[in-house]
Design a protein around this ligand. Sequence first.
Ligand code: AMP
Ligand code: GLY
Length: 420
Amino acid sequence: MNILVLGGGGREHALAWAIKQNPKCDRMIVAPGNAGIAQIAECATLNAEKPALVVRFCEENAVDFVVIGPEAPLAAGVGDALRAAGIACFGPSAAAARLEASKAFTKEICDAVGAPTAGWARFTDAAAARSHVTEKGLPLVIKADGLAAGKGVVIPQTLDEALGAIDMMFDGAYGAAGATVVIEEFMAGEEASFFVLVDGEAVLPIGTAQDHKRVGEGDTGPNTGGMGAYSPAPVLTESIQQQVLDEIITPCMAEMARRGMPYQGVLYAGLMIQDGRARLVEYNVRFGDPECQVLMMRLGAQVLDLMLACAEGRLAKARVNWADDHALTVVMAARGYPGDYAKGSAIKGLETLTEDSFNMMFHAGTRLEAGQVVAAGGRVLNATARAGTLAQAQAQAYALVDAVDWPEGFCRRDIGWRAL
Ligand code: AMP
Ligand code: GLY
């Protein structure tokens, strides 16, 4: 079959790499892709947030199956348009994608089924939000309701900072995403991510992971999109996973179906674990980046069969073939990230890497310039490895890092510390 993957980051490189190993994949197209993806797939130029353009592209290129990487095309209704045109697609409808696109919507779904999550309140004007914060006091978490490219969450250290965050959101710092503000109880604990596939009804777990959000070693400094990840996450024990399925994910998915917006695709539950119990921090309607890289490393070619089962409503009978393995990915970023950084520096030594199903350098923000791979974004490369132990996977991933000659890049040297 002909498969189109939408996106061009490390997540989509890993998706394309795993899917392509499945013999059912005849032709792989990725839009827009990047320099690494270009080595294993055809890269196409396409505005992935315009549903009609995606449908036309699929018709012109005889695409049989579309895998949507990021949240923006999902929220824009690309999944709905494809299904309406009779093209199979992995990813939820725009209505169901509200689980990521609106934090208040997710809270309503959780409340409807009694799923454990932080207490919350919703505000549409600054004065009410300000007096709520003054009354409650810290710690609290202040969130723009809508999609804010991962930047719409503030955990204020002082009351002034809290009030400033409220004003900033209502002043339009995140555009329409901040027209509604959600203020939550602060949850202490350890964070981990749980990934499941959902076909509207059945829920199939496909792995756990933990990422490192802070830019600095020891989890310090500003937040980023993620500086590294590993799977499985030891903190998410079998019994906590079962609690999450029983109390959070399965009832929420049933509520979505009951409301006429059954969820189809991967669901990424961000969880806070304390005293052996998990509470929901947030849902995302896509794979995490870089969590996807470690999941794809562990799942390999079977992921296409699982995605097809998901899209065709056959998940109840699907099984994951688990290996007793560990995967870890180290993000190499451009100096300055997550602040200002330069683009265009040459990345050398990539051709010397030994890449196989245990060791892969996935590309994120890269492009080819006159035959040379250059940095084209903040997060640039993902050194990813799999082994029998997490320590071994970590050693392999850093061996990949050390074989790359890119003075303008940096990475954290402690990815995985929490689990090791
Ligand atoms: P979100 O975009 O909702 O994932 O929030 C980004 C990050 O903020 C999460 O990964 C958590 O680290 C933190 N966070 C969000 N909500 C809470 C909460 N209620 N309590 C504690 N930390 C939170
Ligand atoms: N790495 C976090 C995310 O993809 O949301």
